[in-house]
Design a protein around this ligand. Structure first.
Ligand SMILES: N[C@@H](CCC(=O)N[C@@H](CS)C(=O)NCC(=O)O)C(=O)O
Length: 228
């Protein structure tokens, strides 16, 4: 059996955004059964979990007979490859898919996360206003470069949706959550096209259902803090 870790609960701004949605999405695309192993803040800090994920983050992938994995990018690629879905067999196309896959995780995600951290984690409007000029222009530059590179193509590589589009649209969810995509109409259309898939809808609906069924107390934040 395959098990994926996810949080019991996250604040509303993060519901549907937590990176286990990527792993659920590719597993749904592959048609592989899996179970979700729910974590709270105490579990996150435990030595048992750190042995699986040294940084205490989600997601991880555990599978009978295989070494456990962490890093959503590594997990999604591994599943796509083994299931034979969303990665073209042609080596030239495959290399292009890999290139865009890394571009999503390396070139776009960090820039967008900086904005997201400013908007969602800084304590007040003054702190946000001070931070925005340091992070927003760079993220906007990246989005505009991506839109230019995409041009009028439907997908990043070739004629069909690939794992590069899965990862890029998952990263663009960060921009969408910040209301940044509407300034890039072609990217917005591309983004909507990528998410228009049953495997994606189920991934996010399942994550949100779990979060809705729990609350902050289930995360045992105080106990985790008390434990040091
Ligand atoms: N690069 C990692 C990032 C994982 C990550 O940041 N996970 C977040 C949830 S989306 C998390 O677990 N945050 C809690 C923490 O860092 O303590 C990946 O893609 O798997």
């Amino acid at each position: 059996m395959i098990a994926v870790t996810a949080f019991k609960w996250v604040p509303p701004f993060a519901a549907g955004q937590v990176r286990d949605h990527r792993v659920r999405w590719i597993l749904n695309e592959a048609g592989w059964a899996y179970e979700i192993r729910l974590l709270d803040a105490v579990d996150q800090k435990s030595a048992e979990y750190r042995a699986l994920q040294p940084f205490g983050q989600v997601p991880t992938l555990e599978e009978d007979g295989r070494a456990p994995m962490f890093e959503s990018g590594a997990i999604v690629w591994d599943i796509a490859e083994r299931a034979g879905v969303l990665i073209p067999s042609d080596p030239v196309m495959r290399a292009q898919v890999l290139t865009w896959y890394f571009a999503a995780l390396n070139t776009l995600e960090g820039a967008l996360i900086n904005v997201s951290e400013a908007e969602f984690f800084l304590p007040d409007e003054a702190a946000k206003a001070a931070r925005r000029p340091q992070v927003l222009p760079f993220a906007e530059k990246r989005l505009s470069e991506l839109q230019l590179a995409l041009g009028d193509r439907l997908w990043l590589v070739g004629e069909t949706f690939t794992v590069a589009d899965l990862m890029m649209s998952s990263v663009l969810k960060i921009a969408a959550s910040l209301d940044m995509l509407k300034a890039y109409p072609a990217l917005q259309v591309y983004f909507d096209r990528c998410l228009d898939r049953p495997a994606y809808r189920k991934a996010v609906a399942d994550q949100c259902a779990t979060i809705a069924a729990h609350g902050p107390r289930d995360m045992r934040y105080r106990e985790a803090q008390a434990a040091g």
